[in-house]
Design a protein around this ligand. Structure first.
Ligand SMILES: [Zn+2]
Length: 610
């Protein structure tokens, strides 16, 4: 059978490290290039009606003929984007790993930080956090641009990581910046003009310094790469590489930002070394105002499809009640932007669950459903008959067997009747702000139930088609154990049980003991993948899909990067009505639903890890 997901495909993206632009080489006082440059006017294509493509103010503008006119258009487009996004409050997630030098593996995580919030783009750029005991210095934080301060060691400003969604929120114009045209370049399918930007001498602090990529039809910025100019004595601005996606007609939406600092050359004294991924999504979520909450109260979510009006038996009522709680939770999480809408990834997870159920003769009154949590921390939980797995956890799992391991634990909870969350059948419990989700919902089992679920899960795995594939699952546990002490933020579950306790893997730990020795130098031993390689989250509508990319060979132990963050390198393409860039076309490898065939290909499966 084919694998659930293609392995390591996207590795090349990480290797194509983003080259920082040599802005310093440009003379800051070089005059604007006034000569006419051949900017090809874009020919309207038949397939894409012109009214669907450009932004509102764009349609009646003549194509620019000089670079100065192009710059004016870029500035106009950026202002239109800022206006367009002003009423939106997307979710912003930053996951950061501080690095230390490992003689063999290079820079590896030393510890980590996680920030999750919602951005308010209306006046300035602001954010409110989902996580408690964060954002204590909220008032001060608002005024800091993408910087971290030295005052108390290094204090990261979560807001700073999202600052580079725009070049300059307030003063992106020719009065504050010099634009130097560099050249053309394709980013994915999109032809771009590249400009190097330097702030004017008297433009003040916190001005963008770096390079922008502008697509050559509407002149929207699609990528920004650089930093902010003139750090103060007690603070630095960090470097960022910021990407936008054309997810809706006429606008390129800020989606990913990669940040990295640190110098690992011999003799370098790192004051700070980290890499961080910032993701934005939930642009199309409703703003969670109190009024909005009230209009969304569900008066009655139970469909009465039995016209005979018979009362439910006690057991039927109990199940109905649990179903109601489950529906409430799923709906509420989706509304908060924390759960992806049902989609193709669920079908893959569902197939693995089915394989486990069929081979174990599990028959439940209601089918088990699966959903993807949109966040990075590695966690799972179940509510009623819905199993939820985080995007980050699916990313790092090396193969289908390890996915089966993860799902089997939650399936075991369901089979054993470890029902949590029936209190959420009361609708008043759904009335909280999105940012308070983690304080209002929780699905943690007591330790006894965790142990029982592990035991039952291993039983089920051993009777399943995955019985022959548990070595890699065990290696995953070992890799997790090796990295757990450094990755406490990534391993902090926010809704379910932690996979580790105090730096030790507790979940399914038994599988680790029977696995082969973990060997980072063995290039064909892939125990865990970096973050971001499998699941692609659409920032506009929160849909998730499996990444389709060609496999890239691992050539050194440093290529493995288990659980690590890497730069982003999305393949850019223009929006098309037929299928947005993240359209859920069914090109992702799928699993077979016939468990009998999965056992026969166990060997082929384990060799396909390059
Ligand atoms: Zn559990």
């Amino acid at each position: 059978m084919r694998k659930v997901m293609s392995n390591m495909n996207w590795m090349i993206l990480a290797l194509l490290a983003v080259t920082m632009t040599a802005v310093a080489q440009q003379s800051a006082s070089a005059p604007q290039n006034p000569q006419p440059v051949a900017v090809t006017p874009t020919e309207p294509t038949a397939a894409q009606p012109s009214q669907a493509q450009p932004g509102p103010a764009q349609a009646n503008l003549a194509p620019p003929t000089t670079m100065d006119q192009v710059v004016d258009r870029v500035v106009l487009r950026e202002k239109e984007l800022i206006k367009f996004l002003a009423p939106r409050t997307p979710i912003v997630e930053t996951y950061l790993q501080n690095l230390t030098q490992d003689p063999q593996l290079g820079p590896v995580p030393q510890d980590d930080h996680y920030f999750l919030g919602r951005m308010d783009l209306s006046q300035s750029i602001d954010r409110s956090d989902y996580l408690q005991d964060k954002g204590k210095d909220e008032g001060m934080e608002k005024h800091l641009l993408g910087e971290f301060t030295k005052k108390f060691k290094f204090q990261y400003q979560p807001l700073g990581f999202s600052w580079m969604i725009f070049v300059d929120r307030n003063d992106f114009d020719r009065q504050h910046y010099d634009f130097h045209y560099a050249r053309r370049e394709f980013l994915g399918d999109v032809r771009c003009l590249i400009f190097d930007l330097t702030p004017k001498k008297d433009a003040g602090r916190g001005r963008f310094l770096g390079r922008i990529w502008v697509e050559d039809q509407d002149f929207s910025i699609v990528r920004l790469n650089g930093t902010y100019a003139r750090p103060t004595r007690n603070s630095y601005y960090f470097h960022m590489d910021s990407w936008r996606l054309n997810l809706i007609p006429g606008y390129w939406v800020p989606s990913y930002i990669y940040s990295e600092e640190g110098d690992f050359t011999a003799g370098a004294k790192n004051k700070i070394a980290f890499k961080a991924q910032t993701r934005m999504w939930g642009y199309n979520l409703k703003t969670g105002t109190a009024a909005d909450e009230l209009t969304n109260i569900r008066v009655d979510s139970v469909k009465d499809d039995t016209p005979t009006a018979q009362d439910a038996t006690p057991l039927a009522a109990e199940r109905e009640w649990q179903q109601q709680a489950e529906d409430n939770v799923v709906e509420r999480l989706e509304r908060a932007g924390l759960l992806a809408p049902e989609g193709d990834v669920d079908k893959i997870l569902q197939t693995v669950v089915n394989n486990l159920e069929i081979t174990n003769n599990i028959e439940l009154p209601r089918p088990v459903r699966t959903r993807v949590l949109t966040t990075s921390p590695l966690e799972t939980f179940s509510v009623g008959n819905t199993i939820v797995v985080s995007r980050g956890l699916i990313d790092v799992l090396p193969d289908e067997g390890s996915l089966a391991m993860v799902l089997s634990h939650e399936l075991a909870h369901i089979v054993l009747g470890h029902n949590l969350g029936s209190q959420y059948a009361f609708n008043d419990r759904m009335l909280f702000s999105d940012e308070a989700t983690y304080q209002n919902l929780g699905f943690k089992h007591i330790p006894e139930e965790e142990t029982a679920a592990d035991k039952k899960a291993i039983e089920m795995l051993k009777a399943s088609p995955y019985a022959q594939k548990l070595e890699t699952a065990g290696l995953f546990i070992k890799a997790l154990q090796a990295r757990a002490p450094q990755l406490s933020a990534l391993l902090q579950a926010h809704l379910g049980n932690n996979i580790t306790e105090n730096g030790t893997v507790t979940r399914m730990a038994q599988l680790g003991t029977s696995a082969p020795a973990l060997d980072w130098n063995k290039l064909d031993q892939i125990a865990a993948l970096p973050l971001g390689g499998r699941v692609k989250l659409n920032p506009w509508d929160d849909k998730v899909e499996i990444v389709k990319a060609q496999p890239v060979a691992i050539t050194s132990a440093r290529d493995k990067m288990p659980f690590e963050v890497t730069p982003f390198f999305p393949r850019l393409s223009r929006y098309s009505a037929a299928g947005a860039p993240t359209a859920t076309t069914a090109a992702a490898p799928t699993t077979t639903t016939a468990p009998a065939t999965t056992t026969t290909a166990a060997n082929a499966d384990s060799s396909a890890t390059n």
